[in-house]
Design a protein around this ligand. Structure first.
Ligand code: RP5
Length: 169
């Protein structure tokens, strides 16, 4: 793989099954990324060091996933001007509402682009990253258009099957 374009950080290894969805998208679009664990609470200096590395190596986007009192995305954003996409993870007894509010409610001045909760949010973080990179890369833009039309065709195919009485289970 080439030069790292994107960093994917997560608060705990327990977040990996969710954050893999972002990684899957970046792999599909052949975007080099660095994936690791760093916790705003358990390893704050490690998060700050990764923010410095992102700046030094000119990473284009950071994706940060965390659950519970999820400060990773905001804490990361405080340390860099690389755009941060936050993924709240539904890992808590509050089913992720805590993480959603912690990630989305940034004070004016330090933005975090917050996705929806859990796996769909992680997948969309990957796709939003590709869309941001595609703004400067026509071939990536073309691949995204193909992805969207494949997605639409799949729905059309399933609709035709279900209308014909097929069992999709
Ligand atoms: C957060 O607390 C992590 O992002 C994770 O979602 C949650 C639980 O972490 P573990 O106790 O499983 O390490 O910091």
């Amino acid at each position: 793989m080439g030069k790292i374009q994107v960093g994917i950080l997560m608060g705990s290894d327990s977040d990996l099954p969710v954050m893999e969805k972002a990684a899957e998208i970046l792999r599909k679009f052949e975007i080099p990324f660095f994936l690791t664990i760093a916790s705003a609470h358990r390893t704050p200096e490690r998060v700050a060091a990764l923010a410095r590395r992102a700046e030094a190596e000119d990473w284009k986007v950071l994706i940060a996933g965390a659950g519970m009192a999820a400060h990773l995305a905001g804490f990361l954003a405080a340390h860099t001007i690389v755009p941060v996409i936050g993924v709240p993870i539904d890992s808590s007894p509050l089913l992720g509402l805590d993480a959603l509010l912690s990630t989305v409610q940034m004070p004016g001045g330090v933005p975090v682009a917050t996705m929806g909760l859990g796996a769909a949010g992680a997948k969309n973080a990957g796709l939003l990253t590709v869309q941001i990179l595609a703004a400067f890369d026509p071939s990536l833009k073309e691949k995204l258009r193909e992805y969207r039309s494949e997605q639409s065709m799949l729905v059309e195919k399933k609709a035709a099957e279900i209308e014909a009485g097929a069992d999709l289970s």
